[in-house]
Design a protein. Structure first.
Lengths: 199, 199
DNA sequence: CTAAATAAGTGCAATGACTCAACTTTCGCA
DNA sequence: TGCGAAAGTTGAGTCATTGCACTTATTTAG
């Protein structure tokens, strides 16, 4: 009964069909556009049944985003392991910008460029991505509270967490992300500094 | 060709069926719970066809919320007609709290209490209500920008608008709304004061 | 006052995402 | 080897939402 190491052919096959589905989905969405592709089409191209598709992914939108856990870990790390002298809002601003820049860096990879364009141009996916980030609001609030020694359910920490994540949407839609981030976070940094001068 | 006064049997009938639908929906949702009621059931009780239902309401969730325009007007007014000496974040905090308190005031009306409980306990409705507020983000951002003489698309104004509306969700889920509002808005008030000392 | 324009409402079929129940196949492991 | 769990399948079904063709009532222009 091993806990680590997935071990086995079975798991590999499972991972493989999952991957086939994700690949098929991305291909089709890029070819025809998200709304022009049915769940059925994706399942067909991956050569599995629709039911199987839903055993692997919680919904149509999830076919495109395979991150989630990673995302939360990075977010928490950005706060917990921020360099000394950098405030929490600053650390969050930099983290969000970094994630944006990562996209720009891969801009030469046409796959990546097309993918981001797809997400930005499809309302359903844009919204899903935002909710995906918001899903980690609680975790972020918790780590902030820990960092400043506040109670777990402290409202200002929860507020900072939500506002910072929400700021991502603001940054995304603006042509000049850096400037947008600075202006949006100015609000949070000053406000936060007023009650937590040292963090 | 009259512009004011809707005048006419047609409009009256239309308003009536709309009302029947809203009433039927609320009754059924309270009786059985939102998810246990189909759109068909609502249409049947109001004695209209499903197609007609969708001519009156944009979706199932909309059956419960008949406000929207009013909401935006009040929000804009709260900023534009704020008493002298009160900052914009303060005005918004008070406005949101007022809307909360309005519910508490009607707490003796069992209809109202049940209604709010229904909304809070049904994820689909909770989310819809939040999106309903967020729909006025742009309008709020615009009126804030006007109030401080900033360009229409100023990022700090957009940020304040979004954060303030988003704060509503935070306030809602806390047991002590007043305190939650104070803590969440402290962030915004201090941050805003730093760059707009006089508003 | 009547006829044409307009708008409300109906019935029905279709689509598309998602679920369920009852299997069959395929591994992993004792 | 052989059993049980996990992966996958099939097929039918639910539910919100939309499009289409049609009827009926109400306006309104002439």
């Amino acid at each position: 009964m091993r806990v680590t190491e997935p071990t086995g052919r079975r798991e590999r096959k499972k991972a493989q069909t999952r991957q086939s589905l994700a690949d098929a989905a991305l291909e089709l969405f890029l070819e025809r556009g998200y709304d022009q592709v049915g769940v059925k089409d994706v399942a067909d191209r991956a050569d599995v049944s629709v039911t199987t598709l839903f055993k692997h992914f919680s919904g149509k939108e999830a076919l495109v985003f395979d991150q989630d856990d990673e995302l939360e870990a990075e977010l928490v790390a950005a706060v917990r392991e921020r360099p000394p002298g950098r405030s929490i809002p600053q650390a969050l601003r930099e983290h969000l910008l970094l994630k944006q820049t990562q996209l720009a860096v891969h801009a030469d990879d046409p796959r990546f460029a097309d993918f981001t364009r797809l997400v930005q141009e499809t309302p359903a996916l844009r919204d899903y991505a935002q909710r995906m980030w918001m899903r980690h609001e609680a975790a972020l609030a918790r780590v902030i509270a820990q960092a400043v020694g506040a109670p777990e359910d402290d409202v200002s920490c929860a507020a900072l967490a939500r506002f910072a994540l929400e700021a991502r949407g603001l940054i995304l839609r603006h042509a000049e992300p850096r400037r947008a981030a600075d202006e949006a976070f100015a609000l949070l940094e000053h406000g936060w500094a007023a009650s937590h001068p040292t963090d």
